[in-house]
Design a protein around this ligand. Structure first.
Ligand SMILES: Cc1cc2nc3c(=O)[nH]c(=O)nc-3n(C[C@H](O)[C@H](O)[C@H](O)COP(=O)(O)OP(=O)(O)OC[C@H]3O[C@@H](n4cnc5c(N)ncnc54)[C@H](O)[C@@H]3O)c2cc1C
Length: 390
């Protein structure tokens, strides 16, 4: 029977980052199992590519700070573009929330983040309807990356270091004996392993269950509308987010066939009526709903035309407190979780991959205390609180 030291289930950006960091730290026998015929077809290939340090909780801010440095300094091109993130508030309570967050972000070392007034907002996004806007926050180092380029960068380095990626292999069961990992069962047969790292995104819960563990990760459909403007969009558009409704837009980049175009835009909002499901079909009825918000917010969004073939739906992998689950497993020795990123997995993949690799190889993460992200927090009630998720 085939044997390997460490199996990673799932070849998205998280699995690739874990493999990269494991092999950078000297692990040789690392195998990624991916059920699709290529990796990146899960949520990673659907992501918008936003990266930001503008969060509420210490752990999210610290994961972002580490990851932003990584994007800036890594020796492969992940398409990092610091075009900024603009959050705007439409009432005093939201504005106070942004003020508190910016204060905390600065205290933790975030640079070039500031509270801005309505006039500054109207200058950053020329043509935005600012009538109902109270103020906002702008982080200049936030911006965009190419999720697929990042994933391929991790995967190529990992394989150059000796990791293997096996596609078209669906893991059906995580196998344990006496409370310890012994391997996995796949549709291509059994593979023995000393350690298993679960990086299967929105599909993590069902696999954890096969090892007798309840991993609270719920899939939720998130949709994105791609539209084209007849004339160039306002120059240097950042990511723009209405904190109250979650409506957001950004200049669009085709990550599969990257091209420079200043007339393409993406917009979306979190639809509160979306029930947990694995459905990834784009629903046409989302278009009029998102356009209603776009029309109110800016004439340059209202005047765009839908590019239907580029509209898409993917899955968020939500946990009850919208923070990832990173760590080992109290019930099963040598089983590890790196899942549940709740819509922030691309931007946090460098920090998450390194933390996971250090936990697997050394027992704890040395550069950042991620113990607050352990699965145990759901049993002990030590949930985190972040309201600025979109
Ligand atoms: C519309 C949308 C926009 C987003 N925008 C952003 C953004 O701007 N910034 C950001 O940081 N994040 C964003 N996200 C979230 C981000 O895409 C995810 O957090 C991230 O991709 C998670 O990576 P992953 O590797 O854990 O999951 P995935 O990319 O889903 O990878 C999991 C892999 O596991 C495989 N798999 C599943 N089950 C099995 C099995 N049984 N056996 C073998 N393989 C299996 C799947 O095929 C898949 O390839 C967005 C998500 C969506 C849907």
């Amino acid at each position: 029977m085939r044997k390997t030291e460490i199996i990673i289930i799932g070849g998205g950006v998280i699995g690739a980052s874990v493999a990269y960091h494991l092999t950078e730290r000297g692990a040789k026998d690392v195998l990624i199992l991916e059920r699709e015929n290529q990796h990146g077809l899960g949520s990673t290939g659907k992501a918008t590519g936003g990266v930001r340090a503008q969060f509420e909780t210490d752990i999210n801010i610290k994961m972002s700070l580490y990851s932003l440095d990584f994007f800036r300094e890594c020796d492969f091109d992940c398409g990092y573009e610091p075009r900024g993130y603009l959050f705007f508030a439409t009432d005093r309570k939201q504005f106070d929330y942004l003020r508190r967050n910016v204060e905390k972000q600065k205290s933790l070392g975030v640079k070039a983040v500031e509270i801005i007034d309505t006039k500054a907002i109207s200058e950053i996004v020329v043509g935005l309807n600012c009538e109902d806007i109270t103020g906002g926050s702008f982080g200049a180092n936030d911006g965009f990356i190419n999720p697929l380029a990042l994933m391929h960068g991790f995967a190529e380095k990992a394989t150059a270091n000796g990791a293997k990626i096996q596609t078209e292999t669906q893991v059906t069961t995580i196998e344990t004996r006496g409370g310890k990992i012994v391997g996995v069962e796949t549709d291509k047969g059994k593979i023995e392993a000393e350690k298993v790292v679960l990086c299967s995104g929105a599909w993590a819960r069902g696999l954890a269950k096969t090892a007798g563990v309840d991993l609270p990760v719920e899939p939720q459909k998130r949709q994105i509308v791609w539209a084209k403007s007849a004339k160039p969009l306002p120059a240097n558009l950042p990511m723009v987010i209405d904190l109250g409704s979650g409506f957001h837009f950004r200049p669009a980049t085709d990550f599969v066939n990257p091209s420079a175009d200043d007339t393409d835009v993406l917009f979306a909002y979190p639809d509160a009526n979306e029930k947990p499901s694995f459905d990834t079909n784009f629903d046409e009825s989302f278009i009029p709903k998102v356009y209603e918000q776009a029309r109110h917010r800016a004439p340059f969004l209202a005047e765009t035309t839908i590019v239907r073939e580029k509209c898409r739906a993917g899955l968020y992998e939500n946990t009850p407190d919208h923070h990832a689950i990173i760590g080992g497993c109290a019930r099963v020795e040598n089983l590890y979780f790196c899942s549940g990123f709740s819509g922030h997995g691309v931007m946090h993949s460098p920090a998450a991959g390194r933390a996971m690799a250090e936990i697997v190889l050394d027992g704890a993460a040395s550069f950042l205390d991620v113990s607050c992200l352990s699965l145990e927090r759901f049993a002990t009630g030590k949930l985190l609180h972040e309201a600025a998720f979109i």
